[in-house]
Design a protein around this ligand. Structure first.
Ligand SMILES: [Zn+2]
Length: 235
């Protein structure tokens, strides 16, 4: 199972339900720990999958790279010795989420040095493109630029290879998946994924929001396992 977060913050206005409060996030991480589950980066999860040792591991991801992930999520992850992957937008470091149409609230994105701080704390840095562009049906040159240039920029910034990509808006198609593979990534995270397309280049994720207390977390875990079990039977 891979969890999908965006921000961890107490915000007044959140029309797209992208943030969980720090106390809710703490509760969700404590729930994982109590169940004997360990939060890890998707890179670590993929590594474990290849060795068939994924049991008890849950991928934790944050899209967009909000500053509040460094301020509010990292301390909680560290309390449990959990890993995570943060997918940052290489062309918007230090900017805001201004790809969202007004009146969506503006939240600050991690600066280059803050991304380095996260990486130094053991958090995996993945790419979320150069500009947060929708990749399905986009021009091939644009898709190639988004996946390649962001990977190169981020690798230079953190000094390690960038193994993971997360499709902006979850938007992807066959061409986008091939571009991601050709750019050298090991894996890519989608949002929802249909049975036959699920694979390392289309990893489905479970949205986690403010409403997800313990009962709903348990239900989502069951639904996710059922979803993969059905997929396994049909393929
Ligand atoms: Zn995004």
């Amino acid at each position: 199972m891979i969890l999908m977060y965006h921000g961890v913050a107490t915000v007044a206005d959140d029309p797209n339900k992208l943030c969980v409060t720090p106390s809710r996030f703490a509760e969700q991480m404590a729930w994982l720990a109590r169940r004997g589950l360990r939060g890890v980066s998707v890179g670590e999860l993929v590594h474990a999958l290849r060795a068939n040792r994924q049991r008890g591991l849950v991928g934790i991801t944050f899209d967009d790279g909000y500053v509040n992930v460094l301020d509010s999520a990292l301390p909680e992850l560290q309390r449990h010795r959990f890993g995570a992957t943060v997918f940052v937008i290489s062309g918007r470091l230090g900017g805001t989420n201004d790809w969202e149409a007004p009146p969506a609230p503006r939240w600050p994105l991690l600066s280059a040095s803050q991304v380095q701080t996260l990486a130094a704390a053991g958090i995996e840095i993945g790419s979320h493109g150069v500009n947060h562009t929708r990749l399905a049906s986009a021009e091939p040159e644009q898709v190639a630029r988004e996946v390649r240039a962001s990977r190169a920029t981020l690798a230079a910034l953190v000094g390690t290879e960038i193994r993971g990509f997360a499709y902006p808006y979850g938007s992807q198609d066959v061409a986008a998946r091939i571009a991601v593979r050709d750019a050298g990534y090991d894996y890519a995270c989608a949002v929802a994924a249909k049975g036959p397309e699920i694979g390392l280049l289309t990893l489905p994720r479970v949205y986690v929001g403010q409403r997800d207390g313990e009962a709903r977390m348990a239900l989502k875990r069951l639904l996710y396992r059922g979803h993969l079990a059905i997929k396994g039977r049909s393929s």
